[in-house]
Ligand binder design. Structure first.
Ligand SMILES: NC(=O)c1ccc[n+]([C@@H]2O[C@H](COP(=O)([O-])OP(=O)(O)OC[C@H]3O[C@@H](n4cnc5c(N)ncnc54)[C@H](OP(=O)(O)O)[C@@H]3O)[C@@H](O)[C@H]2O)c1
Length: 249
């Protein structure tokens, strides 16, 4: 089944973890995929892994000039854009006493500003019936110690999903978000100082999930493709929790 034949897809943060898994799936289902990330080496490796349908454009979503280059590359290809998977982002632990202005700015610039301006700059290229999928987190409805700035940035994305869905429905563009729980990615293990601590972190996180385990990147990619496809044609402004029940049970 090639649900994305003749479709052009942008995946920000498509070089690792959830974004890379989604980019692979989009390509496997016929899409031409533009992937972004800040590290050139990781980008080259991801493009090689995804295959000939992939184009890599190096860029930081918190940098408007970089976003302009990404959009220019898609525009040059001449087919517009059918799916934006605004996924790039991340966070670091900081208890309230340790939050610095820099921590706040870095988190919000990448997660919130990066998403706002990725979507804004992609808008002129969007074809009729386009879909925007935003990576939030199930933390957007939860309180987790030492992760408050990250959680707030993701709650902002939950709110933008609703507002932009209302704003863009007139153009036939749907906007939805995905809210992963703990997913085994380099980004998640990178929160721990070393491999042993990462293992402990993963065990602790798994114990808080009703299904008793972390999710895989493919288990997030599948629902992303659902939200990006015509199978979800009556969904907009919604958020899909992909978290083994952690936020619901
Ligand atoms: N893993 C989880 O448990 C989990 C749970 C909920 C939500 N999420 C969200 O899922 C998304 C993907 O996370 P992941 O776990 O897959 O992490 P990951 O493995 O670290 O992948 C993150 C991707 O985003 C890129 N990226 C990060 N900051 C960027 C920036 N400022 N500009 C452009 N690209 C940037 C990274 O490439 P470069 O480093 O080269 O830029 C990489 O391609 C994030 O938004 C994260 O907050 C993850």
């Amino acid at each position: 089944m090639a649900r994305f034949e003749n479709k052009t897809v942008l995946v920000t943060g498509g070089t690792s973890g959830i974004g890379l898994a989604a980019a692979r799936r989009f390509a496997a289902e016929g899409a031409r995929v533009f992937v972004t990330g800040r590290r050139q080496e990781a980008l080259d490796q991801a493009v090689a892994e995804i295959g000939p349908a992939a184009t890599g454009v190096r860029g930081d979503v918190a940098d408007l000039a970089d976003l302009d280059r990404v959009v220019a590359a898609i525009e040059k290809a001449g087919r517009g854009l059918d799916v934006v998977f605004a996924n790039a982002g991340g966070g670091e632990f900081a208890a309230i006493e340790d939050i610095t202005w820099q921590h706040y700015a870095d988190t919000f610039n990448a997660n919130v500003g990066g998403t706002i301006f990725t979507v804004q700059k992609a808008l002129p290229l969007l074809n009729a019936g386009a879909a925007i999928v935003i990576t939030s987190s199930n933390i957007d409805v939860k309180g987790v110690p030492a992760f408050s700035v990250y959680a707030a940035s993701k709650a902002a994305l939950r709110s933008f999903t609703r507002s932009w869905a209302a704003e863009l429905t007139g153009r036939g563009i749907r906007v939805n978000s995905i809210a992963p729980g703990p997913i085994g990615t380099p980004g998640l293990s990178g929160l721990a100082p070393d491999a042993g601590a990462a293992e402990q972190l993963f065990e602790g996180l798994a114990s808080g999930v009703p299904m008793g385990r972390l999710g895989t990147t493919d288990e997030v990619a599948d629902p992303v493709l659902f939200l990006a496809s015509d199978a979800s044609s009556y969904l907009t402004g919604t958020e899909l929790y992909v978290d083994g029940g952690a936020s619901q049970v």
